[in-house]
Design a protein around this ligand. Structure first.
Ligand SMILES: [Zn+2]
Length: 252
């Protein structure tokens, strides 16, 4: 009988012992599988705009890129060179780029955009680079960090912007996915976004990706930019924190 009496106490002790872990798993249990599946559907839609693709792959450091391209796209090599350089810059800054899919296209409707998920709802970068990658942005259009760097560096900045979204999602999914919800009202970036680019003024998500690309492209910002960047879950690393420190402008 004595042993039976001990059982509830044992359960209690066991529960108390594992409760901190239960709490942690409850807090981080948010599941973004469906959000990622939706992203993969967008990627399929974007794929429909390209011409016929041939496939190859290339490696940069530990990252293997599966690359779909059109044989007639004269900018394929330039795009690949820019993506390779961006992967190197990100890797060096403490953001190891995982294997991903790259689609380059000369078709006018294909955008420079990344979708973050595969059909099974796993994290996966589906990266599209259309003809606007190296084009000068028209005066009337919203300009980004990529338009502020020398034209030959634009492609690198475009790729870094997309990696910024990917690492935002990877490192702080709880601050990334809710911002994608169209019903969410608090998506406005801080007024200091105007110091980064016109594009950074679009939303918190674009603000984060623009600051990420800007810092890695050696742009300087004030703490009015860096503080909200950190608050919104902008990707950081030991190296990135060092860059932010070195590239901090004095207070206005
Ligand atoms: Zn973006």
């Amino acid at each position: 009988m004595r042993t039976f009496k001990k059982i509830p106490a044992l359960f209690k002790a066991l529960f108390l012992a594992i409760s901190p872990f239960l709490m942690v798993s409850l807090v981080s249990a948010k599941d973004y599988t469906e959000d990622r599946k939706t992203e993969s559907k967008f990627a399929v839609e974007e794929s429909k705009k390209t011409g016929t693709l041939s496939y190859t792959s290339f490696k940069v450091g530990g990252c293997t890129v599966r690359h779909g391209y059109e044989k007639a796209d004269k900018e394929t090599e330039k795009k690949v060179a820019a993506v390779k350089e961006a992967i190197k810059i990100a890797n060096d800054a403490g953001f190891p780029i995982p294997d991903f899919d790259l689609i380059t296209s000369a078709e006018a409707k294909v955008r420079c955009v990344a979708f973050l998920g595969d059909q099974d709802g796993r994290a996966k970068i589906m990266f599209f680079l259309g003809p606007k990658m190296f084009a000068v942005t028209p005066k009337s259009s919203v300009k980004g960090v990529a338009d502020a760097v020398p034209p030959e560096r634009k492609g690198v900045a475009v790729a870094l912007h997309e990696f910024g979204h990917a690492f935002h999602e990877k490192l702080n999914p709880d601050k990334f996915w809710p911002q994608k919800d169209p019903k969410k009202k608090d998506t406005n970036p801080p007024v200091s976004a105007a110091d980064v680019s016109m594009y950074a003024l679009q939303s918190k998500l674009e603000f984060v990706a623009e600051v990420f690309a800007g810092v890695l492209m050696k742009q300087k910002y004030s703490d009015e930019v860096f503080n909200p960047y950190k608050d919104f879950g902008g990707p950081t690393s030991t190296e990135f924190n060092k860059l932010m420190k070195e590239q901090t402008l004095p207070k206005k």
